[in-house]
Design a protein around this ligand. Structure first.
Ligand code: IMP
Length: 196
């Protein structure tokens, strides 16, 4: 059932790197949508992570006709009523998202800085569609810390460390993307074994 290529409906190098690490047990090549030849820019106009992930997966599948999965993810901050949520990628210009979030949360005390990352993954191969979710709970720090990761990682505290202070392995074991993709990985491996 599984071909030897799987396309991730993204050109985000950070998401791609993490997905390749997490899905390594599948033993298949994971291509970006660009490398797979999909020249489309799916319009992420859904109101939920699941809607947006489905839009991306289906649009890219129509273009490449190979098994595709999409990740739609974001940061939901309780004191901001769940913002930036599905709009996390558009909250601030790239590289300025942490600074803007820290500014906006300047007066919010430690105990009210709870937040979570959410990730919904949608897979389609034209016959089946699989949806899997993952979340990671934490708190928004008062300053940026760490050099690793991307996006909001420098301000997202998990215990003592921010995600940007963790190694890739440490982050993948905990992360919203890790949880969602491990569910997908197990389902795809299960289906594959059943086909043998
Ligand atoms: P989208 O899924 O392409 O709409 O973008 C999700 C946005 O959420 C990213 O551009 C990041 O700003 C943020 N985000 C999602 N996952 C992570 C993560 O693991 N670390 C830090 N930021 C993330």
């Amino acid at each position: 059932m599984m071909k030897n290529k799987l396309v991730m409906a993204t050109n985000n190098e950070n998401k791609l790197r993490e997905a390749r690490e997490i899905l390594a047990p599948l033993g298949i090549e994971i291509l970006s949508q660009h490398d797979a030849g999909a020249d489309c820019q799916p319009e992420e106009n859904g109101s939920t992570f699941a809607e947006n992930a489905a839009i991306k997966a289906k649009t890219v599948y129509e273009s490449v006709k190979l098994p595709v999965f999409a990740d739609d993810s974001g940061l939901c901050v309780d004191a901001l009523g769940g913002r930036p949520g599905v709009h996390s990628a558009r909250y601030a210009p790239k590289g300025q998202e942490c600074r803007k979030l820290l500014d906006e949360m300047r007066d919010i005390p430690e105990e009210r800085r709870t937040a979570h990352f959410h990730c919904t993954v949608v897979y389609t191969d034209g016959e089946r569609t699989i949806t899997a979710d993952g979340t990671l709970n934490g708190k928004i720090a008062f300053e940026e810390r760490g050099e690793n990761g991307f996006g909001y990682d420098p301000v997202f505290l998990c215990g003592e460390k921010t995600l940007a202070e963790m190694t890739a392995d440490e982050k993948n074991k905990l992360s919203h993307r890790g949880s969602a993709l491990r569910v997908l990985c197990d389902l795809l491996k299960g289906n594959d074994d059943a086909d043998k």
